[in-house]
Design a protein around this ligand. Structure first.
Ligand code: PLP
Length: 385
């Protein structure tokens, strides 16, 4: 059975061009970039190239890029650095719809004595910027707001948010893990202090990420040890993965129009195909400001997990909007924050595409998906009053 992979916000296929670029650095060019000899030195220059490539996709300077092990590490480093560099400020502002990489750290910090404000969102997943304006005080060490939401694809107006936060003299971090490679980002124009990205969301391998830290932003390392990454992140570099991340950024930067046009077209074809043939559906997220690859749809009176199981039988991979916590299937915190009605939120599916998907795959899903919902609704104990 062929796999139809529509779960690219969870992780992506490594692009064969990326794989090819990293391969020599396992068995042949395995030197340590910190070594004095030329064998290590050539690896060092390849890391320099990777840093330039990551900087280019962000509109940043290479000295502003720190390689990390993942998006989560980048988020944790940014938040902890902001708190450590301003010990007198004890307040953090974030949103209710962040990834656990930010949310769970913030909740942990509350236990350590920090105050947390979590901004809400409306039914389309949009923030109220006046709520942000009034949340930031002189005690606020950091505002952390994601660029694009991993579940719904909603893109926040980061440029406007960054200007609001900076006008208050506060540090601003954005988790751009889902945005980098899918939409244009130019940090020459947008005054963020920290930005997190992750390799495996943009066709590089798992286990590598990067943190952008704007020049002159106070910085305190999270991992302390050797002098790697100019003493900002110790530990011998994950050389092949860093080279892969650089190549993935390069490919993504050059192919941004594929995401904007072809992937978007396929996503719309899928979404329209499904909502036109399945009644009682809601598309979740801000349709006017959404990642081109993401479609989150709720189906009334069915369980997301049951939909996933039946899709799985056909080789179709996607995600549900529920998290199986303590045995009960709770709708995700994102859909709850948006106030998606309970009978819909339980049956939410996130489809996330990539440039490797084809029209044939989408047409197969559009044909096979509606009978799945019909079958489940026929068995559902719930009915329309
Ligand atoms: N932030 C967002 C928005 C994500 O979607 C993810 C991963 O799903 C992360 C952070 C964490 O990234 P990583 O898996 O590289 O730690």
């Amino acid at each position: 059975m062929k796999t139809i992979y529509l779960d690219n916000n969870a992780t992506t296929r490594v692009d064969p061009r990326v794989f090819e670029e990293m391969q020599p650095y396992f068995c042949d060019l395995y030197g340590n970039p910190s070594s004095m000899h030329a064998f290590g030195g050539q690896v060092g220059s390849k890391i320099t190239e990777a840093r330039e490539r990551v900087a280019a996709i962000l509109g940043a300077d290479p000295t502003e890029i720190i390689f990390t092990s993942c998006g989560t590490e980048s988020d944790n480093t940014a938040i902890r650095s902001a708190l450590e560099s301003q010990p007198d400020r004890k307040h953090i502002v974030t949103t209710k719809v962040e990834h656990p990489a930010v949310l769970n750290l913030c909740k942990h910090l509350v236990k350590k004595g920090y105050h947390l404000t979590q901004l809400g969102v409306d039914e389309n997943g949009r923030l109220d910027l006046d709520e942000l304006r009034s949340a930031v005080t002189d005690n606020t060490a950091l505002v952390s707001i994601m660029w694009a939401n991993n579940e719904t694809g909603t893109i926040f107006p980061i440029e406007e948010i960054a200007h609001i936060v900076k006008s208050r003299g506060t540090l601003f971090h954005t988790d751009a893990v889902q945005a980098v490679g899918k939409i244009e980002i130019d940090l020459n124009k947008i005054p963020v202090d920290f930005l997190a990205l992750s390799g495996h969301k943009l066709h590089a391998p798992k286990g590598v990420g990067a943190l952008y830290v704007r020049k002159r932003t106070p910085f305190r390392p999270f991992i302390i040890g050797g002098h790697q990454e100019r003493s900002r992140r110790a530990g011998t570099e994950a050389v092949p993965s860093i080279i892969a991340l650089g190549k993935a950024c390069d490919v993504a930067f050059e192919n941004m129009s594929i995401e904007q046009n072809e992937v978007r077209e396929l996503r719309d074809r899928l979404e329209q195909g499904i909502i036109n043939s399945v009644p009682l559906t809601i598309v979740n997220g801000d349709e006017s400001s959404r990642l081109p690859n993401t479609s989150n749809i709720s189906f009334k009176f069915v369980e997301g997990e049951a939909i996933l199981l039946l899709m799985n039988e056909l080789g179709i991979c996607a995600s549900s909007g529920s998290a199986c916590t303590s045995g009960s299937l709770e709708p995700s915190h994102v859909l709850r924050a948006m106030g998606v009605p309970f009978t819909f939120a339980h049956g939410s599916i996130r489809f996330s595409l990539s440039r490797f998907n084809t029209k044939e795959e989408i047409d197969f899903v559009v044909k096979e998906f509606p009978p799945i919902i019909e079958r489940l609704r026929a068995m559902s104990p719930y009915t329309e009053e």
